[in-house]
Design a protein around this ligand. Structure first.
Ligand SMILES: Nc1nc(Cl)c2ncn([C@@H]3O[C@H](CO)[C@@H](O)[C@H]3O)c2n1
Length: 234
């Protein structure tokens, strides 16, 4: 079997899947953390792998950047391959001045300027939230590993280079911790298709300083969020 975007056979993908935006980060995780690794996807170079972490089966696959892209992959993983737990691990920009580079943020909720929710034709605004059990497990794992985590709202943007350069300050005033570009699409797709989802982010940029991480660091470091997410396999 296959889908328009994933060439895996039924049974190739574990019930829990880590979802970095960058397929090369998926390869990094497979190469450095998993055993008995099998690659299940290379369509459009959106690499996907299944292996074992501490004896438990888990998969990792890139999603690409943006809500449309993660909307495609999360929908097919849930509905064609029976994936139950979808855990995005990615980078984000800090809106909150309390966040430093490499801090870990867990997105309890996700705001957006996306139209992705229009498909559900709701008379009102749907609150995109993570799965509570996954959130609770992730916070417990972080405490056990002495990893500080910031849990709260994020902004899932459709635009990276926003011409309204001061727009982010309005979201900061509402207590939004950070900005990324996928969690909103993941949370809506998971809720609408009876799956569980969580987003764990590492701060790679800040709106309060010019400090930046390099693309190479973004691809290979950020291991704290990986270590938390890998423990969430069932
Ligand atoms: N809008 C936006 N802004 C900032 Cl400051 C970001 N820092 C990291 N990302 C994430 O990294 C990619 C963009 O570089 C996206 O997948 C997004 O999720 C960011 N996305």
């Amino acid at each position: 079997m296959s889908t328009p975007h994933i060439e895996a056979k039924k049974g190739d993908i574990a019930k829990t899947v880590l979802l970095p935006g960058d397929p090369l980060r998926a390869k990094f995780i497979a190469d450095n953390f998993l055993e008995d690794v099998k690659q299940f996807n290379a369509v459009r170079n959106m690499f996907g792998y299944t292996g074992k972490y501490k004896g438990k089966e888990i998969s990792v696959m890139g999603t690409g950047m943006g809500i449309p892209s993660i909307g495609i992959y999360s929908y097919e993983l849930i509905n064609e391959y029976g994936v139950e737990n979808l855990i995005r691990i990615g980078s984000a920009g800090a809106y909150s001045k309390d966040l430093d580079l490499y801090d870990v943020v867990i997105a309890m909720g996700s705001c957006s300027d996306s139209n992705f929710a229009h498909q559900f034709d709701l008379e009102g605004t749907f609150s995109a939230i993570c799965d509570y059990d996954l959130l609770r497990k992730a916070v417990n794992v972080a405490e056990e590993k002495n990893i500080d985590v910031h849990v709260g709202n994020v902004f899932s943007a459709d635009i990276f280079y926003n011409q309204k350069s001061e727009e982010w300050k309005k979201w900061e005033k509402m207590g939004v911790l950070a900005v990324e570009m996928e969690s909103y699409g993941l949370y809506l797709t998971a809720k609408a298709n009876n799956a569980r989802a969580l987003t764990i982010l590492t701060i790679s940029d800040s709106f309060h300083s010019d400090k930046q991480t390099t693309p190479e660091e973004r691809q290979t470091s950020f291991t704290k969020m990986m270590e938390i997410a890998l423990e969430l396999g069932e």
